[in-house]
Design a binder for this molecule. Structure first.
Ligand code: PMT
Length: 397
């Protein structure tokens, strides 16, 4: 599958102010499963310390082509052979020009000449420099050679100018690197995913909701898209960026999520219910803000429709995968849900620990079917999503 599991990424950091963002790029690449080594040029060192990059990458940082000891430990040819992909981020105007001319006057440019790995560049420079004819010509030459260019962003720059030339976001760089290792296991399939929390109004000001961030669902969306699926997201309340390549429907309440799912379910091949849907909503929503009057307020609740169970009852339905967020009796409760919802599989996550499950970057889950109960060890939600989609495609497609 995609992501960067078991992939060896060599990150080249060259001389641009955006080099200070490179430790975050290392992190995002690691989140996707990559082992990362870093080469920093002399220019790069002006903006980021080798110590930061070494601490975050957990590997010695490489910088000097002529360092005898470094060459003995892992020389430029070994580095070039070691890499599955070389990403230069930020790529300065000077580094881009050097690559165009095939120069080999420092470690990074030498490794680029010596590698047969995929190469990606994320340019970062002043907008006028980026718009210059020389830069455009250089990028065209590199594109023709098969080097992947990650477009810079538009906006205010460190120098005060506004324009195109800001380094792409760290997460986009990592995701685009992972895209180069794409699989086609869900090619041509349609996937519908619910994610985030639902919001159930009490009055015009207050509501009942939960802490779902949408991270798990969005990681699954990314994996499905990577695997070639046409992916639709029904999104409740979330606190993360939305996967740009998905079709997106925003909803607020469980009722709206139900309607949005039912409208689209017939044409789907796979339905993943990752949302934290409120089981109950206030029976009556007050039109006016409820006032304090020194007596206790009672809110009567009524049950929401169960979206997953309703889909599983349909005569023509997709493969259905549910989630179970549990804080005790984990496997027993998850198995009970598998049976009551009548879905193909339940993915159990433990929400009693703060560093996994709800609203965290990591997770640890069990993939439970009638016949199997398989643990997926603690990891970033991207890697957990990769392994879940791998199991789903192996079992059902
Ligand atoms: O968003 P994150 O911060 O990344 O956190 C991810 C998560 C913990 C929210 C997610 O991994 C998860 O566990 N989602 C399901 C949470 C939940 O509400 O579980 P449940 O046991 O209440 O529901 C079981 C299943 O039925 C779920 O698939 C749920 O989407 C579905 N359901 C529940 C109630 C309802 N009315 N309709 C439903 O479809």
């Amino acid at each position: 599958m995609n992501t960067l599991t078991n992939k060896r990424v060599l990150l080249g950091v060259s001389g641009s102010i955006a080099a200070y963002k490179s430790p975050d790029i290392v992190r995002r690449l690691q989140d996707l499963g990559a082992e990362v080594r870093v080469i920093v040029t002399d220019g790069g060192k002006e903006f980021v310390s080798e110590r930061s990059l070494q601490t975050i990458s957990k590997n010695k940082v490489h910088s000097n082509l002529w360092d005898k000891e470094a060459e003995l430990a892992m020389g430029h040819i070994e580095l070039a052979k070691w890499s599955d992909i070389v990403i230069i981020a930020p790529a300065s105007a000077n580094t881009i020009a050097k690559l165009c001319h095939g120069r080999a006057d420092d470690l990074l440019s030498t490794v680029i000449l010596a590698t047969d790995a995929k190469v990606m560049l994320a340019p970062s420079m002043n907008q006028q420099m980026y718009a210059s004819k020389a830069m455009k010509d250089n990028l065209k030459i590199l594109l023709k050679r098969g080097i992947v260019i990650i477009e810079p962003g538009f906006g205010e720059q460190a120098c005060g100018d506004v324009g195109e030339g800001r380094l792409a976001e760290a997460l986009d760089i990592a995701n685009q690197a992972a895209d180069l290792f794409t699989s086609t296991s869900l090619s041509g399939k349609k996937v519908l995913i619910t994610l985030g929390g639902t919001i159930e109004a009490i009055d015009p000001v207050r509501y009942i909701s939960n802490h779902s961030s949408g991270k798990m669902g969005m990681a699954l969306a990314h994996q499905c898209i990577q695997a070639g699926a046409k992916t639709t997201l029904i999104i409740g309340s979330i606190s993360i960026d939305i996967e740009k390549r998905a079709e997106v429907i925003h909803i607020v309440s469980a009722d709206e999520m139900y309607e949005a799912v039912m409208k689209r379910i017939e044409s789907q091949d796979l339905f993943i219910c990752c949302a934290a849907v409120a089981d109950f909503r206030p029976k009556n929503v007050s039109h006016n803000k409820i006032k304090k009057n020194n007596s206790p307020v009672t809110i009567e609740l009524t049950e929401n429709k169960d979206i997953l169970a309703s889909v599983c009852q349909l005569s023509k339905r997709p493969i259905c995968i549910g989630f179970a967020a549990e804080s005790e009796n984990f496997i027993v409760n998850a198995r009970a849900k598998l049976e009551s919802k009548a879905c193909e599989a339940i993915i159990l996550n433990d929400i009693s620990q703060s560093e996994i499950g709800l609203n965290s970057d990591k997770n640890e889950v069990h993939f439970i079917t009638k016949e199997h109960c398989e643990k997926i060890e603690k990891n970033s939600k991207q890697i957990i999503a990769e392994k879940i989609i791998e199991k789903i495609t192996n079992y059902y497609f």
